[in-house]
Design a protein around this ligand. Sequence first.
Ligand SMILES: C[S@@+](CC[C@H](N)C(=O)[O-])C[C@H]1O[C@@H](n2cnc3c(N)ncnc32)[C@H](O)[C@@H]1O
Ligand code: SF4
Length: 474
Amino acid sequence: MPTAMTEVNLDVFRKYAGLSLPRHVSYPMPTGWQDLDGQEAAAMHGDSRRAESPHDLSLYLHIPFCEALCKFCACNRVIQPKARTGAADTTESYLAALQTDIGRVAESVGTDRPLRQIHWGGGSPTYLTEEQIEKIHRSIEGAFALSPETEIAMELDPRGTTPSLLGTLYRLGFRRMSMGVQDFDRAVQEHIHRIQPFEMVRDVVTACRDAGFCSINFDLIYGMPYQTPDTIRDTVERTITLSPDRVAYYHYAQIPEKIATQRGMDHTKMPDSETKLEMFLIGAELLEAAGYEFIGLDHFARPDEGLALAARSGTLQRNFQGMTTGAGLDLIGAGVSSISNLVDVGFIQNVKETQRYVELIEAGDSPAERGKRLTFDDQVRQAVISQLYCGTSLQPRLIEQRFDIDFGDYFARELGIMQELEADGLVSVDSDGTISVTWPLGRVLLRTVAAVFDAYLDPEAYRVGDRRSFSTNA
Ligand SMILES: C[S@@+](CC[C@H](N)C(=O)[O-])C[C@H]1O[C@@H](n2cnc3c(N)ncnc32)[C@H](O)[C@@H]1O
Ligand code: SF4
């Protein structure tokens, strides 16, 4: 049993665990974006360039295709075996639409604004051929202002990653790789339909290092059927032997009412909340003992890695990729379902169906489906929630200075609840009003603390969950 487990008051943990609450990859969460239709939303791209001093840019690109389905997967993906009739044509028409999208979105945000980061996510970008990747990369180069310092990252599926592909990515300027590992246990892999032996991951890591990539991230998931504290210990220990620079240690997000393919998981074999707590703490203790720093809700990074440096310098942010560097950049989304997150302006999301996305672009229309323009209250609460996730403490003084409000007046109801959470040991409140999230209980239930400040949730959501279907908090 992990040492921290003995410090957790299990009665309190049980009171708050297992509730349906957001992970706050945005504030407001997309469930609160009803304000704008696609056309109104897309116009916000232009607003971002008219800011007094426009922010530099970060680009997110969505490649939805995957060769086979992993049953747990909650991402926007299209399962399309390459051998399937018509697969090559569907991919080509998607990529043609994506190129048009990149060009148009660059025009509307301004092609001269420095592009600091590019992230290729999915789905599986490694589904594409090297030629297809290079073609899209050249479109980005042609449309945006890249520099040698632009950080370029890709999500790799180790099952489709070859040394040749890695060599091409390095040549094009990619330096950061993130790979889906999930779990090394064979029985778990069989159940989730993702067979990926340890040796395969080890070989891809070696090939990444040989190619020269400076940062490697592993995605792991705990809390799935057939996982036990022992299998998790083994997976994390094996992970540590491969020395990734970052580890995203995700709690399994289970929303079968929204994600039909998750109904194929044997949920009778799911670990209960207390076992998941034990799994989380096993992972956290092993990673910390191996020198990783715990960041935000579910990330770990080596102290000299960008994420840990960003946490120390205050440039960490929470967004749709989890915890990332680059706070203060306008995030521009291209591709199906992608999201633009414009600082102090709002959010824009593209349609979620690939065929519809292609049709809209081919017809000369915007692929945006909905959006949210931030109100003053949204901005204040976004800053509060960001402080909680990125620094795990909330400093009212900073919020007062930035927004010219009296924190005590503005958040009277929320501060009342903080007293309740303090009595339960989730937070501690200092004499200057700083609210710190405790370790381990508060960190494990960080979503509960953040939910108190979310004006779009039911007011009692922090202790009873929200009626909308978010995944469970622990
Ligand atoms: C787009 S995938 C990563 C790249 C590639 N498709 C792969 O799987 O190797 C993004 C990550 O989201 C995480 N993920 C997907 N579904 C999840 C779920 N239901 N709960 C928690 N994490 C999930 C997985 O860890 C996965 O690696
Ligand atoms: S986890 Fe990755 S490879 Fe598996 S279905 Fe999801 S996006 Fe595709």
